[in-house]
Write a protein that binds this ligand. Structure first.
Ligand code: NDP
Length: 482
């Protein structure tokens, strides 16, 4: 019962918002309110920043070995409670429990483990001016940083930001999405159990435009790591840039899959189904525009439709569900409206695209059938705007050049996937794709050491591996004449 009312985590304590107000938290699989989250405002953010400011001298000066031990212990606590975290993530977000168990929570644990150890191996450079001087670069923590994450991979993305920020010696004020706050609340408890000193990490719940914006606006927050929509990213940049804050913006995508006739068809089909509909298409890296070489277009189309119709949409807690519920009624309405738009724009919906009305417990949940659409030009809204749901469009192409032009033909540039057995062609295409990530003959294969981020309107800056530690530190050159 106690956890029905979530709390902020400020200065090491679990407390309600100062206003005493709460927001409803919905279970997407039933459409019913099942808990309440603090409706925080700038007063709570101020308290969090004050706590972080007090903690900074201790945390930033703590030896690396001690910081490593505490962060590694947080990973242990998440690992020990994997099942509880996974169930909470699935209930809060609507994603299949199997996905939370196999992807989200293991990765949240890995984020802490990875950055806890990475900081032990992080080093800076020196530049020798022969016979005259030596320069060396100090890499110092920034101070207080803000981390804001979205609802699609809640704990996964939240910890992807928090772990490197803390490892580098910063103190953090963080806000999860108001739609998926539960595992962030559980993380606060894990941090207490692991012995994280008070004020080092502060987690404040609430609305983006209120609590989130107060983090961006606070003058003592030196850097912002944000993952979310491109429009929100623009708003954040408008506020933060004139204050000269360091910014890392991981934004929306409209990712292309290019499928050449010489691909390994069977493997490509397996991965293309995953890249289209994993997490109901609510992964920023999902491929939503599929370009197929004309000679295999019909074979591909028929196979994709057959396999999509076979996917089971249902109770996220059931082991036979491939897709669960979408995150909210509002998001379901948005995704369905894009299916309508596709028809208005002349597309043919080959399967799915309709709401599913469930019975019993699940009545009122936000379910839809995954959709495959063909017959649309590249420049229509359906192919240009991010839908972020279980909807893909398919288009034929003839030549390598045409496939690149189509793939690059949006404002976005997050990720892309190429399927071919010709290694030279794969490399030529990868070189020309305007995207932060190119997968060749695979999808979502991630090595945490690699740079991660988007080109064009998909973002600014890179996270991941040492890039994240560089982002969360200030380089200072010291020049010594001898
Ligand atoms: P939003 O941009 O709506 O929200 C992201 C976060 O920002 C939430 O915590 C939100 O709070 C908060 N927020 C909203 N408005 C403000 C504001 N004015 N100031 C500060 N914070 C604010 O994105 P969604 O949550 O809808 O997530 C989906 C989007 O995220 C998609 O566009 C997707 O592509 C993108 N994404 C990008 C990834 C990448 O790595 N590039 C990875 C995953 C997702 P609240 O929810 O409470 O409103």
């Amino acid at each position: 019962m106690a956890d029905k009312y979530l709390k902020n985590y400020i200065n090491g304590a679990l407390i309600p918002a100062e206003s005493g107000e709460y927001l409803d938290n919905y279970n997407p699989s039933t459409g019913k309110v099942y808990s309440y989250i603090p409706d925080s405002d700038e007063t709570d953010i101020k308290n969090a920043v004050d706590a972080a400011e007090k903690a900074f001298p201790i945390w930033s000066k703590m030896g690396l070995e001690k910081r490593f031990r505490i962060l590694n212990r947080i990973a242990d606590v998440i690992e020990q409670n994997m099942d509880e975290f996974a169930k909470a993530e699935s209930r809060d977000n609507g994603k299949p429990l199997s996905m939370a168990r196999n992807v989200d929570i293991p990765r949240a644990q890995a984020n802490f483990r990875f950055f806890a150890t990475a900081i032990l191996h992080f080093s800076s450079e020196s530049h020798h001016m022969e016979g005259e001087a030596i320069n060396f670069t100090l890499r110092q923590p920034l101070g207080i940083v803000g981390c804001i994450s979205p609802w699609n991979l809640p704990l996964y993305l939240f910890t992807w930001k928090i772990a490197p920020a803390l490892a580098a010696g910063n103190c953090v004020v963080a806000k999860p999405s108001e739609m998926t706050p539960m595992t962030a609340f559980m993380l606060a408890k894990a941090c207490k159990e692991a012995g994280l000193p008070p004020g080092v990490l502060n987690i404040v719940h609430g609305l983006g435009g209120k609590a989130g914006q107060a983090i961006i606006e606070h003058p003592k927050v030196k850097a912002i790591s944000f993952t979310g929509g491109t429009e929100t990213g623009k708003k954040i940049a408008q506020i933060a840039a004139p204050m000269f804050k360091k910014l890392s913006l991981e934004l929306g995508g409209k990712n292309p899959n290019i499928i050449f006739e010489d691909c390994d068809f069977d493997q490509m089909m397996v991965d293309t189904l995953r890249s289209s509909f994993s997490n109901s298409g609510q992964i920023c890296l999902c491929g939503s525009r599929i370009y197929v070489q004309r000679s295999i277009y019909e074979k591909f189309r028929d196979e994709l439709v057959k396999r999509t119709q076979f996917l089971k949409v249902g109770d996220p807690f059931s082991s036979i569900s491939d897709l669960g519920a979408l995150v909210s009624q509002q998001h379901l309405d948005k995704v369905l409206s894009y299916v309508n738009l596709a028809e208005v724009e002349g597309g043919t919906v080959l399967c799915g695209g309709t709401k599913i009305e469930m019975d019993g417990e699940l009545e009122g949940g936000y379910y839809m059938r995954p959709a495959v659409i063909e017959g649309l030009p590249n420049n229509c809204r359906t192919n240009q705007e991010e839908i972020f749901g279980p909807v893909v469009t398919i288009q034929p192409f003839d030549t390598e050049e045409e496939s690149i032009e189509l793939a690059n033909g949006t404002q976005f540039g997050l990720s892309s996937t190429v399927w071919t057995q010709d290694i030279s062609k794969a490399n030529r295409v990868a070189e020309k794709l305007q995207a932060g990530i190119v997968w060749i003959n695979c999808w979502l294969l991630r090595d945490l050491r690699t740079p991660f981020g988007g080109a064009k309107s998909s973002g600014v800056g890179r996270e991941g591996g040492l890039e994240a530690l560089r982002f969360f530190t200030e380089p200072k050159n010291v020049c010594i004449k001898y």
